[in-house]
Design a protein around this ligand. Structure first.
Ligand SMILES: NC(=O)c1ccc[n+]([C@@H]2O[C@H](COP(=O)([O-])OP(=O)(O)OC[C@H]3O[C@@H](n4cnc5c(N)ncnc54)[C@H](OP(=O)(O)O)[C@@H]3O)[C@@H](O)[C@H]2O)c1
Length: 284
């Protein structure tokens, strides 16, 4: 992808979050230099060194994100999500470049009965979660001044996501079974991008949790979506254990966002408000 500005570099800029983040930065007058597969591979140290050379901040949105497939491709998941992130930390450190890295609620096992704070013990259940957790550790070891933002249940305009799949299946009259025992906060990538833009003005160090305000089960989220879109869906609830999936997922994905909230200008928008705005595209 074309390079436009060297003060901020986005890796993984063609992904769901990277696309919205690049647009938000550009709207704020700081068009970033953007890199992604196939022209750019984060596992190639020379390419990383060239990409971030001369910039002030690198934001890493590049990741191996296929949670199910990672169970059968652990080497690739670790190569992208862990080893490459550690090397990015070393290269950035040598060049005096600040790193902001995106991570996930999947670093937790979801067994706590309250929202997770940044200092809670991690215990990833899946290869994806374990590889992302290893990436966090390697990055902080290589570059302790880095900023890591753990996000969750994100949806955006670019690519496919849980919401698009639900709406598409319901519109085609397919029966839907959605789990009611996974709880979290559906979070718009536009919301994450806006928060990152505010945060980088002061560039904090350490781990932060970021999600839309409030919590909901996947099943209640589906009900909310069909209610707002006036779709009469054939929807029933079920349990995570009713599905046989390769990767285990945390049931409690709630993130406590108090730490990051204190650094943002205003309150974090509720999942209902941002999701309602997102759903407008399905009515048009
Ligand atoms: N989506 C969620 O619900 C969610 C939840 C929590 C955290 N996150 C985190 O949010 C971040 C952004 O993810 P996303 O949702 O935007 O996922 P995404 O759409 O899959 O974006 C990831 C991007 O990284 C690229 N990539 C993969 N391997 C690469 C490599 N070797 N070199 C360079 N780029 C590579 C992907 O390219 P290809 O598409 O060509 O593979 C894709 O463009 C990730 O760190 C992810 O772990 C996501």
């Amino acid at each position: 992808m074309a390079e436009t500005n060297k003060s901020i570099v986005i890796l993984g800029a063609a992904g769901m979050l990277g696309t919205d983040l690049a647009a938000e930065l550009t709207a704020q007058g700081i068009a970033p230099a953007v890199f992604d597969l196939p022209a750019f591979d984060i596992t190639d140290s020379d390419q990383v060194a060239n990409a971030i050379s001369g910039c002030d901040l690198v934001i890493n949105c590049a990741a191996y994100t296929n949670v199910e497939k990672a169970e059968s491709e652990p080497e690739l998941a670790y190569k992208v999500n862990a080893d490459a992130v550690g090397r990015l930390g070393n290269i950035a450190s040598a060049q005096g470049v600040k790193v902001l890295h995106i991570s996930t609620d999947f670093v937790f096992d979801g067994t706590l009965d309250r929202p997770y704070v940044e200092t809670d013990d991690t215990n990833a259940l899946s290869i994806y979660g374990k590889s992302k957790l290893e990436g966090e550790k390697l990055l902080l070891a290589a570059n302790p001044d880095s900023c890591i933002i753990r996000i969750q249940w994100t949806y955006g305009n670019n690519g496919n996501n849980f919401i698009k799949k639900l709406v598409s299946l319901a519109q085609r009259g397919k029966p839907l079974r959605v789990v009611d025992d996974q709880v979290g906060s559906p979070t718009a990538t536009e919301q994450v991008s806006a928060a990152i833009c505010k945060l980088i003005k002061n560039m904090p160090t350490g781990i932060f949790h970021l999600a839309a305000a409030g919590f909901v089960s996947r099943f209640d989220m589906a009900k909310f979506i069909f209610d707002k879109l006036a779709i009469k869906a054939d929807l029933t609830s079920c349990k995570t254990s009713d599905f046989s999936s390769a990767a285990q997922r945390p049931l409690n994905s709630r993130l406590d966002c108090s730490k990051i909230s204190s650094l943002l200008d205003g309150p974090i928008e509720s999942w209902q408000n941002s999701l309602e705005k997102y759903l407008k595209q399905f009515r048009e």
